[in-house]
Design a protein around this ligand. Structure first.
Ligand SMILES: [Zn+2]
Length: 183
């Protein structure tokens, strides 16, 4: 499993001399599994650079979205593979937030907030918010999803391959000022 961080900032992109070391982009992490599958964790502005690198790799793209806040979705309209004809892009997101979260990823491409409408994309964009783990299991991608404590809800993910696991737990609040999700 090879993990590459393309964006690690929260709230808003933060370019400048004080953020050179880890970069100024918002959340986006690429996981390449030994079996050749690609996973992308979140669609923040770091996704723009990752998209350029995935243009030449025809494999289906699997995106796990933690939640729908701006710093986790704003790279999607600038992700070059979405403009590739028939490129297969699967987005997996939270059961807890349901359709509303799916809309936050795609509705930003509505012609008002972004000039290109999602329905005009030549790629094959598919969204799933129920059955994430079982759908990925069929692709030999082993993921466990757990709810986050975060306004609006969200999901953490654990990815396992050959006895090695990595966990992506972003924006989780350990002592939130509201009823904790303990499941
Ligand atoms: Zn958030």
């Amino acid at each position: 499993m090879i993990i590459t961080f393309y964006g690690v900032r929260g709230s808003t992109p933060a370019p400048g001399p004080t953020t050179v070391k880890y970069g100024g982009n918002t959340s986006c992490v690429h996981v390449k599994l030994k079996n050749g599958r690609h996973l992308i964790l979140d669609a923040g502005t770091g996704m723009r650079q990752l998209g350029k690198e995935l243009l030449a790799i025809p494999d289906p793209i699997n995106i796990l979205l933690s939640h729908g806040h701006w710093d986790h979705i704003q790279g999607y309209p600038f992700f070059a593979p979405i403009y590739q004809p028939d490129r297969q892009i699967n987005v997996y997101t939270s059961v807890e937030a349901g359709d509303r979260l799916l809309c936050s990823l795609f509705d930003q491409m509505d012609g008002n907030n972004f000039p290109v409408k999602v329905e005009d994309l030549p790629s094959n964009n598919n969204c799933t918010y129920k059955g994430t783990e079982s759908e990925l299991y069929e692709k030999q991608i082993y993921v466990v999803k757990k709810p986050l404590n975060h306004p609006g809800g969200g999901s953490a993910y654990k990815i396992t391959e050959d006895g090695v696991s990595c966990a992506y737990v972003t924006d989780n609040e350990l002592e939130p000022p509201y009823k904790m999700n303990t499941s």
